[in-house]
Design a protein around this ligand. Sequence first.
Ligand code: AMP
Length: 251
Amino acid sequence: MTEVITELKDWFKIRKELNGTLGFVPTMGALHKGHKSLFERSVDENEFTVASIFVNPTQFNNPEDLKKYPKTFEQDLSMLSECNVDFLIYPKYETLYPDNYKYIITETDYSTTMEGEHRPGHFDGVLTVVMKLLNIANADKAYFGEKDFQQYKLIDGMTKAFFMKTEIIPCPTIREEEGLAFSSRNVRLTDGHRKKAPLFYKLLKSGNTSEEIKNELIQNGFIIDYITEIDNRRYGAVFLGDVRLIDNVEL
Ligand code: AMP
């Protein structure tokens, strides 16, 4: 059984008494097979694993997206227990933000591209909450998905810039059979959009140019935020209806 902890003082007491390596997997809940792969990796590589569930309001640039973010706490807890995750940190906003977001971590270069360009303030929210969570967890290793590759790179850079002791471990993107990357937001796709969604990954990994990919996606009813190539990797963000999907592939 996973032990659920809501108060930081309770976690700090447990952390002090843990004897062995600790892995950490931060999430926003609505857990799926992508998250599961992170828990399994951490449990495999460490004597103890702690996860967190916190839907971080400061990283949502769109209030509707925050309001509609899926919440499945009971199912999440079952998955954590099945995966043998030892602890879940499940804090309130006031607990993580005693400063009410007056202190902010900003990266000034790479974070202004792609997700950062299209979601103003997003990475400030991500880096700030991850800094807090990494300091709280005080783990040896923390696991992040390559599905959010830009996020992984920024977090890895932050831990190095601030001499943080937790090692950041990237984990491969887990996909449905037809190639759509698992995402908590997928449950909000209509049946029609769900059928179209795998085309996004199929085209990203095709030999087509970014321009060709954009055109084909538009013809199939996608709205494009960006399709772009940086350092041998192709990144994309698209909308199907009001659901935003992101993905990336190594070229
Ligand atoms: P989230 O709950 O969406 O904030 O994601 C928590 C962690 O799970 C992040 O490190 C994500 O990159 C990772 N993640 C989300 N979806 C997937 C996926 N399909 N495959 C691998 N990792 C994922």
